[in-house]
Design a protein around this ligand. Structure first.
Ligand SMILES: Cc1cc2nc3c(=O)[nH]c(=O)nc-3n(C[C@H](O)[C@H](O)[C@H](O)COP(=O)(O)OP(=O)(O)OC[C@H]3O[C@@H](n4cnc5c(N)ncnc54)[C@H](O)[C@@H]3O)c2cc1C
Length: 302
């Protein structure tokens, strides 16, 4: 039981969303502890694009700038740690780290991100974030008008192919087995010159993560610059479910636009609760959740 928690806010996850929240809360004179396992989902990508003033900066550099700026705030403490357990009590929340330490805070923000489950296709993981890409807004510009492919996921792949076609009409859709395209979708793709390939993808040929060609099960070799793939994901942490939160059909933590969850005092921010997976969105979510948490603390104390 923690009658007087040492922190106002515990933040689990110290990447874009978590550090953004820490900045706003630290500047709001809140005692903040950020616990981070250091495994952001974009860690393999050489350049992070689309975040105003920091376009093309390596993700690790973005995080280093954020941590250096946070170091000026005595209100914010950053620790490298994996949180393995979380519980709510009358005074707030208590978390336990893998090394056995426990910390208590009045509010808890989970900024724990998602874990991408890459299909076990040889070469694909090595290219993830480099030339096997999840998002055209992040990496489309760099490969525009180059030979590209889309790998369909759970759905037919039509929507994703239509999106990527905007960046390059030199496009093929790999359905990795029998196509689920409707007749209408297939006709639309054909009219735009998008080839549909049903032969399963066997391997991704690359040099240091730079795609050279896709190898298909029938031996065909497709020289390409990049492959866009929407891969399945899961929550990177089960702390939310430990605390009684349920997930949406899409696998995200359900929360309102300020990151408030169904559990009082428990907030989420960043990829774990939005399909808009972008640094700018994660930073914005962290900032919004932080302001709301501060409001809630003021309302409780004033
Ligand atoms: C390959 C790839 C490339 C991308 N490129 C771009 C790009 O160019 N531009 C762009 O805008 N967006 C890009 N994105 C999206 C962007 O990276 C994410 O939207 C952003 O990282 C989300 O931030 P986040 O803080 O929510 O989660 P993350 O950055 O994933 O960070 C979550 C953090 O929480 C920590 N954590 C999780 N569980 C625990 C726990 N139990 N205890 C302690 N710590 C924990 C993790 O270790 C990690 O450090 C890319 C994504 C991917 C996958």
């Amino acid at each position: 039981m923690f009658a007087n928690p040492s922190y106002d806010v515990l933040i689990v996850g110290g990447s874009h969303a978590g550090l953004s929240a820490a900045l706003v809360l630290g500047r709001s004179l809140r005692r903040v502890l950020v616990l981070d396992a250091g495994q952001p989902c974009n860690r393999q990508t050489p350049h992070s694009h689309g975040f105003l003033t920091r376009d093309g900066v390596p993700p690790a550099e973005l995080a280093a700038i954020a941590r250096a700026q946070l170091a000026h705030y005595p209100t914010v403490e950053l620790r490298a740690a994996t949180v393995v357990g979380a519980a709510a009590d009358a005074a707030g929340f208590r978390v336990e780290t893998a090394d056995g330490a426990t910390h208590a805070g009045r509010k808890l923000l989970l900024a724990t991100g998602l874990h991408d489950e890459l299909p076990p296709i040889p070469g694909l993981a090595a290219c993830w974030g480099i030339s096997v890409l999840h998002c055209p807004y992040c990496h489309g510009y760099e490969v525009h008008h180059q030979p590209l492919a889309v790998l369909s996921g759970r759905d037919s792949g039509f929507e994703f192919a239509r999106l990527i076609h905007h960046w390059s009409p030199d496009l093929r859709l790999l359905t990795n087995g029998p196509s689920q395209l409707s007749g209408d979708e297939a006709a639309h793709l054909a009219a735009r010159g998008v080839t549909v390939i049903e032969t399963p993808l066997q391997a991704v040929e690359h040099e240091a993560g730079r795609l050279r060609a896709l190898r298909l099960a029938d031996g065909t070799r497709l020289p390409l610059t990049a492959l866009f793939a929407r891969v399945p994901f899961r929550q990177a942490s089960d702390l939310g479910t430990q605390l009684g939160l349920s997930l949406t059909d899409a696998g995200l933590v359900a929360a309102d636009e300020f990151g408030r969850t169904a559990v009082p005092g428990l907030y989420v921010a960043g990829d774990n609760s939005t399909l808009m997976r972008q640094v700018a969105a994660a930073v914005a979510n962290g900032s919004k959740a932080a302001a709301f948490i501060n409001h809630e603390l003021i309302a409780e104390d004033f």
